[in-house]
Design a protein around this ligand. Structure first.
Ligand code: CP3
Length: 344
């Protein structure tokens, strides 16, 4: 059943629970590592043929129910005039982090046609190879992208981001407005190029409390989701550390909410009144344990989902580079077999 992922996004009945993995196209795959010896990460993103090839790597190995286009969260920022590199083992590093309203004013909001053309070409190539398997596009959410621009790189507590928000609310508003508009155009271009669903990564928004989320983030998220609704593809909203933010995240209007491993899936789904589909949420570190442990923990999650329509099995965050691909293969098959049911 090629459409089980898209059907689950819409909480429709499926023959078994669909499964894919965040960061499924990446460093734990030896064939990816071999390519990375010759090219930098952002360089790979700029080559449509290579990005397409990497997107297909996990699809060739595993019975996953969706592919996710190979790009980075930073990809659309280059079109905004940001100079950056993604350092191995560190993450994105911004040459000149944003420090003032003037810096925000200098940011460009690129037209759709010039936004990551290589990624759009990669999407078209991949679509021709998937035989109807859905392709997921993605973008960073405005808050998470703003946090990289303000911190200049990865951060533990996002203190500079929060301080900027409180000290310069007008500059924050302008920054979030520009990022939101860019992301809307980037998502729109991806859907036009052929993606069947999109995931919005608000990876670091869990550093905020609900009051500040409502004031500094929610209005932009609502705009992002209102303006991408007419595209007609399911949208997954993912964040980590979001236990206290879930009621607010529900108001964003996504079709699916991605849960990290810190949340019990059943409680989180209940908090969301079962009004959306949920995706998750096996701790990626579990995949480094023996198969019996992996199987037990996967079963726990499936039990919590209680066979309700609208569960997409995934990890609670990206797959770790030390993961053994053969465990991933077994897990995919296990999820499918353990949840098999007659179609209604
Ligand atoms: O999921 C996929 O397989 C598709 C490709 C994908 C990449 N990055 C490629 C990549 C996706 C969906 C991303 C999203 C991304 N990038 C996020 C959101 C997801 C999350 O983890 O919360 C973030 C925060 C980034 C920024 C980023 N890029 C980080 C933190 C890192 C890791 C740095 C490191 O080396 O530890 C990257 C690098 C990166 N992006 C890699 C890949 C395959 C691995 C490193 C490499 O090949 O050099």
């Amino acid at each position: 059943m090629r459409d089980r992922f898209l059907r689950a996004c819409r909480r429709q009945p499926t023959d078994c629970t669909p499964v894919w993995f965040m960061r499924q196209a990446g460093r734990y795959l030896p064939e990816y590592r071999r390519l990375r010896e010759r090219y930098g990460l952002m360089e790979l993103c700029r080559h449509p043929e290579l990005a397409a090839e990497i997107t297909l790597m996990p699809v060739r190995r595993f019975a996953v129910d969706a592919a996710i286009i190979f790009a980075d969260l930073m990809t659309p920022l280059e079109g905004m005039g940001i100079e950056l590199e993604v350092q191995e083992g560190v993450g994105p590093v911004i040459a000149q982090p944003i420090r003032s309203l003037e810096d925000v004013r200098r940011l460009l909001v690129p037209d759709d046609e010039v936004l990551a053309p290589a990624t759009m070409q990669a999407i078209q190539i991949v679509k021709g190879e998937l035989n109807g398997l859905p392709l997921i596009g993605f973008a960073g959410a405005p808050f998470t992208l703003a946090s990289y621009l303000l911190e200049g790189g990865p951060s533990r507590d996002f203190a500079q981001t929060r301080a900027f928000m409180f000290r310069h609310p007008e500059a924050w508003h302008q920054l979030m407005t520009k990022l939101t508009e860019t992301i809307i155009r980037y998502i729109t271009a991806q859907v036009r190029a052929g993606v069947d669903a999109v995931q919005i990564f608000d990876s670091w928004v869990g550093c905020l409390n609900p009051t500040d989320y409502r004031k500094f983030v929610l209005p932009y998220m609502r705009q992002l989701f209102e303006r991408t609704a007419p595209l007609g593809v399911p949208r997954i909203l993912f964040g980590t550390g979001t236990a206290t933010l879930l009621p607010m995240m529900r108001q964003v209007g996504s079709e699916v909410i991605g849960l990290d491993w810190r949340l019990p899936l059943d409680e989180a789904w209940q908090t969301l009144d079962f009004a959306v589909a949920v995706q998750g949420n096996l701790d990626p570190a579990v995949l480094l344990a023996d198969w019996q442990v992996v199987k037990g923990r996967a079963m726990d999650i499936l039990r919590q989902a209680k066979g309700k329509w609208g569960h997409i099995f995934n990890l609670g965050h990206g797959i770790l580079p030390q993961t053994d691909p053969s465990i991933v293969a077994r897990l995919v098959d296990f999820v499918h077999e353990a949840t098999e049911r007659p179609r209604e």
